[in-house]
Design a protein around this ligand. Structure first.
Ligand SMILES: Nc1nc2c(ncn2[C@@H]2O[C@H](COP(=O)(O)OP(=O)(O)OP(=O)(O)O)[C@@H](O)[C@H]2O)c(=O)[nH]1
Length: 197
């Protein structure tokens, strides 16, 4: 147990309140969707999961502004950040720039950041196109995919991709080629409505 915990990667979920951070974590950890009433995270919470690639400790942060000072303290210990917006909420997408500024301010310089457009199952309520997410991610040089905590779309992939990147960084032989995170994501990603199993 100690060995697992000593090599554990720390992944933090960040983004506006209500974008689905807790649901994404629960979907990944337990394979279930938290339907029903929305209970906002207070401060910070975490769960551990042992994946085939590595063990990860996932920090679920509160999106509400009033808890921001609590979460700032945890940024520097994060190896990877999954930054979420909600495809049905334009403001959460517009706030991504502010989140990235905050990440640059508080997180480690070499932190792995991945942008996730969550709630991709909500076709009727969608207000942010996948292309807009792709464009923003390209602008900031971060990998991107859409996810759904409800359907499970790309949830495992989001965590697997960052875990692979982190593992590669620590285990890499000097002459080994760099792991191409975006290429891996592009190859593995599924789009909403797609029926591949
Ligand atoms: N349709 C749909 N609804 C989702 C999805 N993920 C989360 N939700 C719903 O969105 C609401 C907010 O989800 P949470 O996971 O609590 O949001 P959060 O980002 O953790 O919010 P804070 O804790 O306040 O920061 C809940 O009502 C969820 O049921 C998704 O992928 N699809």
């Amino acid at each position: 147990m100690y060995e697992i915990l000593s090599s554990i990667s720390s992944v933090m979920l960040v983004g506006d309140s209500g974008v689905g951070k807790t649901c994404l974590l629960v979907r990944f950890k337990d394979g279930a969707f938290l339907a029903g009433s929305f209970i906002s995270t207070v401060g910070i919470d975490f769960r551990n999961k042992v994946m085939s690639i590595d063990a990860v400790k996932i920090w679920d942060t509160a999106g509400q502004e009033r808890f921001r000072s609590v979460t700032h303290a945890y940024y520097r210990d994060a190896h990877a950040l999954l930054l979420l917006y909600d495809v049905t909420n334009k403001a959460s997408f517009d706030n991504i720039r502010a989140w990235l500024t905050e990440i640059h301010e508080y997180a480690q310089q070499d932190v792995v950041v991945m942008l996730l457009g969550n709630k991709a199952d909500s076709t009727h309520d969608r207000v942010v196109k996948r292309e807009e997410g792709e464009k923003l991610a390209k602008e900031f040089g971060v990998p991107f995919m859409e996810t759904s905590a409800k359907s499970g779309l790309n949830v495992e992939l989001a965590f697997t991709a960052v875990a692979k990147e982190l593992k590669h960084r620590t285990m890499k032989e000097p002459d080994e080629p760099k792991f191409q995170l975006q290429e891996y994501v592009n190859k593995e990603v599924r789009t909403a409505g797609c029926c591949r199993s």
